[in-house]
Design a protein around this ligand. Structure first.
Ligand SMILES: [Zn+2]
Length: 165
C-alpha cells in the first residue's frame, strides 16, 4: 500500500471513508465479489466498514458462478452513450447459500444476506422470481463510446442469463 495523496495531518487517527471498495488492478464492478465482515454480514459491493456493524470487511466471497433470482426488472430505452438500447436491467438477489457451499472459506449459514446487485440481463424475457446466472461479457458497452459513467460500476463484466428450468 502506498501513502500517496495522503492528507492526514499527523493527528494519529486515520479517517475511514465508507466508499465501495475496489480491488487494485480491477475496474470497479468488473468482478462479482461480495465482502464479508467478521460478524458475517455480506455486502456487494463491499465497504471498508460493514454498514451493519462497523467491523472491517476483509473476507471475499466469489459470486461469479452463483445463480441469482430476479427481484425486479426494467427495460431502459434511454441509455447512456455506448450502451445497447433497449437495455434490460434487473435487481437480482444471489443464492447466498449456494455461494457459501461453493466456497472453501465459508460455511453455509454463517453469512447473512441478502446480497443484491443491479445488473444487465441478456434478454428482456424474464419475470420476477426467475433464476438467472452470470455470464461474462467482455464489452458491455461499445468500444470507444465515451467515458465511463460514475454510477456504472455494476455494469461492466457480467450480464445475467435466464437458467432453463
Ligand atoms: Zn457486519
Amino acid at each position: 500500500m502506498s501513502d500517496h495523496d495522503h492528507t492526514d495531518d499527523g493527528n494519529g487517527s486515520e479517517s475511514v471513508h465508507d466508499e465501495p471498495r475496489v480491488r487494485e488492478g480491477h475496474l470497479s464492478g468488473d468482478d462479482l465479489t461480495a465482502y464479508v465482515c467478521t460478524n458475517g454480514h455480506a455486502t456487494f459491493p463491499g465497504h471498508q466498514r460493514c454498514p451493519e456493524c462497523g467491523e472491517s470487511q476483509d473476507a471475499e466471497l466469489d459470486l461469479s458462478e452463483t445463480r441469482a433470482e430476479v427481484v425486479t426488472w426494467t427495460t431502459s430505452t434511454a441509455t447512456p452513450p455506448g450502451v445497447r438500447e433497449p437495455n434490460h436491467l434487473a435487481i437480482v438477489e444471489f443464492d447466498l447459500d449456494a455461494a457459501l457451499e461453493a466456497s472453501h472459506d465459508f460455511t453455509a449459514g454463517t453469512v447473512q444476506g441478502p446480497v443484491r446487485t443491479l445488473a444487465q440481463l441478456t434478454t428482456g424475457d424474464v419475470e420476477s422470481g426467475d433464476v438467472v446466472e452470470p455470464t461474462y461479457v467482455e464489452e458491455l458497452r461499445e468500444p470507444g463510446a465515451g467515458i465511463r459513467e460514475p454510477d456504472s460500476q455494476s455494469w461492466d463484466g457480467y450480464r445475467f442469463e435466464p437458467v432453463e428450468s
